[in-house]
Design a binder for this molecule. Structure first.
Ligand code: FES
Length: 158
């Protein structure tokens, strides 16, 4: 009898300590989830877009009549007799990316068309394409500042 009582008591202790361990495991997992959740909450979820100032190269790299597309930065650097211009490739209708065409620019989404200066020649676009400020860096490279819009026809001369 005494032996069985000892075995039953030991079984109770084993069960009790097993359930206790399970409880601590649950608490530990809950705590870990809370800590990870808080760390993820504290981590900023900022997504950085493309740079607003883009160095495009030396002026001599572009011949008169050139229209160099900077696809990632979404503008075309244009060189005309009057100087340099940076014309946005963002359609003013619903912001699709326009592509260059023989006549200027065209939007693949709803068919807006723009001339070489970005003026509307067809389609639903409500505004001409934006022009960005073009300047020069201290080491003589063209720099486009996409935070500054200039009026159409504002060419940068060296
Ligand atoms: S987004 Fe360009 S025409 Fe609609």
């Amino acid at each position: 009898m005494g032996y069985q009582d000892d075995a039953a008591a030991k079984s109770d202790v084993d069960r009790r300590s097993f359930l206790g361990s399970l409880g601590w495991l649950g608490v530990s997992i809950s705590g870990l989830i809370a800590v990870v959740g808080n760390l993820l909450y504290l981590k900023p979820t900022v997504s950085y877009g493309p740079a607003s100032r883009i160095v495009a190269g030396k002026p001599a790299d572009f011949t008169v009549g050139a229209r160099e597309v900077f696809e990632n930065a979404q503008f075309a650097l244009v060189r005309e007799q009057d100087g340099f211009a940076a014309i946005s490739l963002v359609c003013t209708h619903l912001r699709c990316t326009v592509r260059t065409s023989e006549a200027g620019f065209e939007c693949p989404c709803h068919g807006s068309q723009y001339d070489r200066n970005g003026s509307i020649t067809g389609g639903p676009a409500p505004e001409p394409l934006d022009w960005y400020k073009v300047g020069i860096t201290p080491n003589g490279e063209l720099e486009i500042d996409k935070t500054v819009k200039v009026s159409q026809g504002t060419y940068f001369n060296i």
